[in-house]
Ligand binder design. Structure first.
Ligand SMILES: C[S@@+](CC[C@H](N)C(=O)[O-])C[C@H]1O[C@@H](n2cnc3c(N)ncnc32)[C@H](O)[C@@H]1O
Length: 362
């Protein structure tokens, strides 16, 4: 079924680029030898050893071709599907990371699944790019009177779900198959790096949303930043975001959603009103003193620790032509820096929601 191609799921060239030894070259990323040298450097004393210990601790309409996953260096990716191109693996290790991220993001929203001002009696909800479907199952429990549909290009959702939830295979970069005015609420989370035309995405969401209904988009920056200078320019932590930003440019699917304000612009262009933006710096790692922020940070780090390789392999392979071994060396340096507790990284997250105007009364 799957084949070891060493190329991206879309069979783009993964030719080894002559990456420079230091940033400032063609893609501003360090080469693999740089991370090997760092990995061989003696370990400095752990600034916060307890910190590391905390962390260790329509399926029916699916055709069999969507199970023909492609493989890069032993990790599986979604099968060929129209224009879709998604950069993370879809195997068990990655799905577990996604479930941990779901918990982290729920904490980020103050133990909520959404921010839009939804009425309790809504009866149709759509989650686009649903992943493991965990958000769908949680919202289906919260709105037992609503039918909830989750769509994705990978059939990675469970079959035992609440009676009011179901999953369908659908490429959100194509015209959506749902009739106009179908949903009271459309939710989209973490689609960065998957969408080439964000305005088109919001146009489809607008069409599928009922007049008076809400659309909500939750995105993040791939950069790990710090406010106290603790994320050093030359660190593996700092390098992380560059893989995604450069890779996103290369595949024509940006990760710079927040930098470019694509959510607000796309919603306003589509015709949404009462567009509201909420920004937050979500900690990564257990460094915050505040117990709630610390809990968030421990979950976000746990999600990354669950599968650093599965997040970054596709981009590292595509931009730099790295082998799995080279990716592992970089990830082990990243793990070491994260566990040291010396850096205080966070990533920016942004939720934007807007309402489709009521149809004008005649
Ligand atoms: C980072 S995951 C986020 C999953 C989920 N929204 C969450 O927040 O837990 C992105 C998901 O979008 C899906 N995806 C990527 N491109 C897609 C497309 N063109 N159409 C539908 N889903 C897509 C991927 O398969 C993956 O499950």
């Amino acid at each position: 079924m799957s084949s070891e191609t060493g190329a991206s799921p879309k069979s783009q060239s993964s030719k080894r680029t002559s990456a420079p030894g230091s940033p400032g070259g063609t893609v501003g990323l360090h080469d693999a030898e740089h991370w090997v040298r760092l990995a061989e450097a003696p370990e400095e004393e752990d600034a916060d050893s307890t910190y590391g210990a905390d962390v260790e601790s329509s399926t029916a309409s699916m055709s069999s071709s969507i199970l023909h996953y492609r493989t890069i260096h032993g990790r599986t990716y979604h099968s060929e599907r129209g224009n879709a191109e998604y950069w993370a693996t879809n195997d068990q290790q990655q799905l577990e990371a996604m479930d941990i991220i779901h918990h982290f993001l729920t904490l980020v929203l103050g133990e909520r699944l959404y921010l839009a001002p939804l009425k309790k009696d809504i009866n149709s909800i759509l989650d686009v790019g649903t992943g493991t479907g965990v958000w769908v199952m949680d919202i289906a429990d919260e709105f037992p009177g609503a039918e909830v549909i989750g769509t994705d290009i990978s059939p990675t959702q469970p079959s035992w779900v609440p009676p009011n939830a179901k999953f369908e295979i659908e490429d959100c970069t194509d015209r959506w198959t749902f009739a106009e005015d179908s949903f009271d609420y459309v939710h989209m989370r973490y689609l960065y790096g998957s969408i080439s035309d964000w305005n088109a995405l919001f146009r489809e969401a607008f069409r599928a949303c009922k007049p008076g209904g809400w659309v909500e988009s939750f995105e993040a920056s791939p950069r790990m930043e710090s406010d106290d200078g603790s994320v050093a320019e030359t660190s593996a932590i700092n390098e992380w975001g560059k893989f995604f930003i450069e890779g996103g440019r290369k595949i024509g699917r940006p990760f710079t959603i927040i930098d470019e304000d694509l959510q607000q612009k796309g919603m306003e262009a589509a015709g949404f009103v009462d567009v509201t933006t909420w920004d937050f710096k979500a900690p990564i790692g257990g460094w915050p003193k505040d117990p709630k922020l610390k809990e968030m940070g421990l979950y976000s780090q746990a999600a990354m620790e669950q599968d650093y390789e599965g997040f970054v392999l596709y981009m590292a392979n595509m931009i730099l032509g790295w082998s799995m071994e080279e990716v592992r060396v970089y990830c082990s340096q990243l793990r070491r820096e994260m566990r040291s507790g010396k850096a205080h990284p966070y990533c920016r997250v942004r939720v934007v929601y807007g309402r489709k105007p009521e149809a004008p009364s005649n």
